[in-house]
Design a binder for this molecule. Structure first.
Ligand code: PLP
Length: 353
């Protein structure tokens, strides 16, 4: 009888929050829909797709459009089926069984998962109670554990905190390990190392269009020096990015002004949400703490967070609770944020302290 390899026993599929909610602030998606102007360009191009032909394995036009938008050289860019696929490829291919991967905790939940599948040793460095580690603490851990790879998100999901450029540079320069810097949220902060990615021999930066309104198309990118880029292109499956996604991504990236406006709008909404939550934490002291936010979401620290999530859910408002611990609220439209804030204040008011 066929026996599943033991490491796969008991694994279950990733289950995002599903169901119908009036207000969905749980997945760090963009609350903005694609403008009709862009949809029409997209539709016109999709009609012409040669369905009988394989996609361009290099996704050349898409990578060029991405490079133009961010002002970098397309020679440094590899396309992925979401940055999630790139994380999986990098962990599986740039580490060998038994190698050590250093991650931080809490951080993006997929990192330890892929490390587990790749049969690497995953050392998870715990953050302090404010969900932060300094560059020096990370550098000390690199010296101590001598990992082959360091993988972390900056700014971080779920803490929303970040290390500035100078700190990240120091980390990269302190080690011979490959540093995989997941900048999934860097469109909402201004401390990216994208412009200098190719200057390092040990750096891969990951970016995604998922937080900018294109989550449906699964468009992720790895940016690195030519040697690492060649390797990434060599190890990925040839047709990882389907033609529809490539075409859709190009159509949007060819409207840079719309993307920029959307980013600015999301940032404004995030700032308003953050300020409102800070005001509530002043009004109702000792009930919860608001972390600073460098992303498109705001993270809270509080006791019994599941009760909050449940309470909101009963009002058809969905927020995330990474690791079951940290309420994480994606910035929504003005209306969605207002609905959340009203329900949240009611809940907080009712808490006995
Ligand atoms: C959302 C997210 C991703 C995944 O992005 P996709 O491109 O949609 O796969 C990667 N890293 C972090 C930290 C994220 O929050």
């Amino acid at each position: 009888m066929f026996q599943v390899t033991p490491k796969l026993e008991g694994l279950t599929p990733y289950q995002p929050i599903t169901g119908k909610f009036d207000v969905r602030l749980d997945a760090n998606e963009s609350f903005l829909e694609l403008p009709w102007e862009v949809r029409e360009t997209m539709a016109a191009k999709l009609i012409l797709v040669e369905a009988n032909r394989y996609p361009d394995p290099a996704a050349a036009e898409l990578c060029k459009a991405f490079s133009d938008f961010y002002g970098i050289d397309k020679a440094f860019v590899t396309g992925g089926n979401g940055s999630d696929e790139l994380i999986s490829i990098i962990v599986n291919c740039f580490l060998s069984r038994g190698d050590t991967l250093l991650t931080l905790d809490p951080d993006f939940s997929m990192y330890p998962f892929y490390a587990f599948l790749a049969e690497t040793t995953n050392i998870c460095l715990p953050k302090d109670c404010g969900l932060f580690l300094t560059a020096d603490e990370i550098i000390a851990a690199l010296r101590q554990y001598k990992p082959q790879m360091l993988l972390f998100s900056n700014p971080c999901n779920p803490s929303s905190l970040g290390l500035n450029r100078a700190d990240v540079r120091r980390i990269i320069q302190s080690t011979d390990a490959l540093v995989v810097l997941d900048e999934a949220y860097m469109d909402f902060w201004d401390e990216s190392l994208l412009q200098e990615a190719a200057e390092y021999d040990n750096l891969i930066i990951l970016r995604t269009l998922s937080k900018l309104g294109l989550a449906a198309f699964r468009l992720g990118f790895a940016i690195a020096n030519p040697k690492l880029t060649d390797l990434l292109r060599a190890v990925k499956s040839p047709y990882n990015l389907n033609t529809l996604s490539q075409v859709a991504g190009c159509a949007v990236l060819h409207h840079p002004e719309i993307l920029r406006e959307n980013i600015a709008f999301i940032r404004r909404q995030k700032t308003e949400l953050l300020d409102s939550l800070k005001a509530l934490s002043g009004k109702y002291p000792n009930r919860f703490e608001v972390l600073e936010s460098k992303t498109n979401f705001v993270t809270l620290l509080m006791d019994n967070p599941d009760a909050l999530r449940q309470n909101l859910r009963e009002q058809s408002i969905s927020i995330a609770l990474p690791q079951g611990k940290y309420p994480r609220i994606t910035a929504g439209s003005p209306k969605e944020n207002a609905a959340f804030l009203a329900a949240f204040e009611n809940y907080i008011k009712s808490l006995n302290i």
